[in-house]
Design a protein around this ligand. Structure first.
Ligand SMILES: *Cc1c(COP(=O)(O)O)cnc(C)c1O
Length: 495
């Protein structure tokens, strides 16, 4: 194996805390009390006394610190290294976001505090709504949805409510074959039938295909722009016109907004609704299941249907408006994942409008650099220029019996988080790479070097790739079994 930075890491095994330490060892040493001091059980109220836990670990401070630090090192995150997980925008999250979210005035808020005592937080939320509206070209924004998928669901509920308010019950949603799985799921949850539209040869929708599927039973088209191939839907204007002309709405899945900030506003190209994945584009932590935040922006005609409460400005004060007769109602408890909103707002303000535009252009540049450098070694299914992510396939490596999953596993040996694999479904053996703007030229070059080394290995010594990962604490897992029957206990014999 060719050595590159990150390939010779220290991988420390770690038993359970219960298996560490020895009786009588202490975390901290207190001065001895008076000889005649009564036992704790006589001084402390009974409800504060803990029953003994059998074999309770007795550890020194250093052992505790190392135990948890080592466990944290079993994880891989955006603070550990390059994380080119396509469609997920795993950019580095600046620490200033964390510092601001940890300010006592934000951190110690309680959702039941009266509106008079949380004016600053409401002002922040209103300002964030306005910024997101500005970035996307929408008129109103709700911050409540807790994930991209919940933003989509909120959008679908609003689409249904809007049609119902016009006395129409439409039944279908058009979705391109490159869509993220949440798109058909959100539509189906709202009771809609999903009609899949095939993309054209260059990876984007054609107006003809949309026109052929569009009729007066179609409530909306739901598309991602740029789409999940990283390709800009260049016919969006014509497509929006076709859908609007037959009384339908245009929903834009905004999870890929990171590619176009400051360059393209979906609202200017006919989109009526869009969700923002704050935990992708707006640099708030994600992975491991949350917390996320998926605000939804809408055009003015749809604003009456937004979920309650809506933040309203009243002179120089803010209030929460619950009295909205056309609203789809409550979406969740309280007002959204507030601490995530603070991080996103901090990010937007620290970047500024120009900074956000530059971030998008850098994201596009980085993805295209990787695309250009790996072209030739890895098969590129689409020649159409791509934006923030690039899609390869394993077609060249398959000739040697090496598949996408093997390449992904081998990247772990080289010290990189694997890209997204086998998605989008329209590309067999897809390898979807999204470096994001926060990777430097140095780290892009290292990643490219590792990908090329793996392509060399696939030709010269495929077994090396097929057996990967070999430099990790555990080697290739039975993934189905690992998901269905996780075994969370470390056993020294590797059983
Ligand atoms: C991530 C993503 C979603 C879903 O967002 P979640 O916050 O994970 O629910 C939807 N569409 C696309 C294109 C995405 O990349």
């Amino acid at each position: 194996m060719k050595e590159t930075v990150g390939t010779t890491g220290l991988s420390l095994n770690e038993p359970l805390a219960f298996e560490l330490g020895s009786p009588g060892r202490k975390g901290c040493s207190l001065p001895a009390g008076p000889a005649d001091a009564p036992p704790a059980s006589e001084i402390l109220p009974a409800h504060l006394m803990r029953d003994d836990i059998e074999g309770f670990p007795e550890l020194s401070e250093a052992e505790v610190a190392r135990h948890f630090t080592r466990l944290s090192q079993w994880n891989f995150g955006v603070d550990s290294g390059t994380y080119p997980l396509g469609s997920c925008t795993m950019k580095y999250n600046p620490k200033i976001n964390e510092e601001i979210a940890a300010l006592a005035g934000f951190r110690d808020l309680h959702p039941y505090q009266p509106v008079d005592l949380v004016q600053g937080s409401l002002a922040l939320m209103a300002a964030l709504e306005a910024d997101l509206a500005e970035v996307s070209g929408m008129d109103s924004v709700t911050l409540q949805p807790s994930a991209g998928a919940q933003g989509e669901l909120t959008g679908m509920m609003i689409i249904r409510a809007w049609h119902a308010s016009r006395g129409s019950e439409r039944t279908r949603i058009l979705i391109p074959d490159t869509a993220h799985g949440t798109n058909p799921a959100s539509s189906a949850l709202c009771g809609y039938e999903v009609v899949q539209i095939p993309s054209g040869e260059d990876g984007i929708l054609t107006p003809e295909a949309v026109a052929a599927a569009m009729d007066d039973q179609v409530a909306a088209i739901m598309l991602t722009n740029p789409n999940t191939l990283g390709i800009f839907e260049a016919h969006i204007d014509a497509i929006a016109e076709i859908v609007h002309a037959r009384g339908g709405l245009v929903y834009c899945d905004g999870a890929n907004l990171n590619a176009v900030m400051g360059t393209f506003r979906p609202g200017d190209a006919g989109s009526d609704l869009i969700q923002f994945n704050l935990h992708k584009t707006f640099s708030t932590p994600h992975g491991g299941g949350g917390p996320g935040s998926g605000p939804l922006g809408v055009k003015a005609a749809l604003a009456p249907f937004l979920p309650i409460p809506v933040i309203e400005r009243d002179g120089d004060r803010y209030r929460l408006d619950f009295d909205r007769p056309d609203s789809i109602g409550r979406l969740r408890s309280f007002y959204g994942n507030f601490a995530i909103l603070v991080r996103a707002y901090t990010y937007i303000k620290s970047m500024g409008a120009e900074g956000l535009g530059l971030a998008s252009r850098m994201a596009v540049l980085n993805a295209n650099y990787i695309r250009a450098q790996l072209k030739g070694r890895y098969h590129l299914p689409f020649e159409t220029p791509s934006l923030h992510e690039c899609i390869f396939s394993d077609r060249n490596q398959r000739l040697h019996g090496v598949h996408t999953m093997d390449i992904a596993k081998r990247l772990i040996d080289y010290g990189f988080h694997p890209p997204t694999v086998y998605f989008p479904l329209v590309v067999p053996g897809a390898i979807m790479i999204e470096p994001t703007e926060t990777e430097s030229l140095t780290s892009l070059d290292r990643f490219i070097e590792a990908m090329i080394a793996i392509a060399d290995e696939a030709e010269a010594d495929p077994d090396q790739v097929l057996e990967a990962p070999t430099r990790t604490r555990v080697t290739r897992l039975d993934e189905v079994k690992a998901a269905r029957k996780p075994r969370l206990r470390w056993l020294p014999d590797g059983d």
